[in-house]
Design a binder for this molecule. Sequence first.
Ligand code: CP
Length: 316
Amino acid sequence: MRTESSVLRSKDLLGIEPLTPEEITLILDTAEGFKEVSERPVKKVPALRGQLVINLFMEASTRTRVSFEIAEKRLSADTLNFSASGSAVEKGETLIDTAENLVAMHPNMIVIRHKHPGSPKMLAERFENIAVINAGDGAHEHPTQALLDAFTIRERLGRLQGVNVAIVGDIKYSRVVRSNIHLLTKMKANVTLSAPPTLLPAEIEKMGVRVVHSLDEAIEGADVVMMLRIQLERQGKLSFPSLREYYNTFGLTRERLRRAKEGVLVMHPGPMNRGVEIASDVADDPRYSVILDQVTNGVAVRMAVLYLLGGAHASE
Ligand code: CP
């Protein structure tokens, strides 16, 4: 029998692109139910008792790795954290051989972050009895980040449809923006992008977004301003003359924020480059900034994803 917990069509969460609006709403509604668990004296429910989740992080992470682990523990799953550093990956073992060995120990789910786009899909296709969750693959997708961003917007503004979201910064190298564009356009929000021309992929408008070249124009009338980190590790060398010049042109300051709507939300997926894409007094101002709310909501959203995939897997 298929239960409410088995409504997601896929056994995996590889990206936002394959999800329907109904599946996105299901995940956000399920997360709403789980948010309260983190506020209880005993922060635990037995939903995934007896299931083993392996967190396979082959790229640096603070928020995603920690919040997946907390989410797994709050659902009573057994968790194992694997990082490339200190493992046989340092001796040259491949991702597939690493995964084959981990799967031989019978996990139910694998959460993977990897620098190569498509790595989660490769594992999902190879291991048909394991649920694979993409925790960020290169510049491709970061689905749970977009889900927690949407959860935060919906929690604050009560809806996603018709909300004006300005996304500013390193569009070209960001997996967060790709997942957010898929999610926000599926949920009928209005997305405006702004970036230096060198950080804007060609034909990005085909994804159903508006592109403007000045930060002021993007902010005008925005309900949400989402700033993106400059991904220096993927750019190789700076795609603009200097960090100071970037801040002067695309850095979010209090003065620039005056153009946004009353009650505008300022978001950032983290980690922030303070004084590059965002001024510290904006990032830390509770009148606008929901940056730490995003982090809090990440636990509930990841609990929902693990529960929906783990529950579906267990009921088959
Ligand atoms: N937002 C995000 O993915 O942060 P981490 O790299 O710290 O996980």
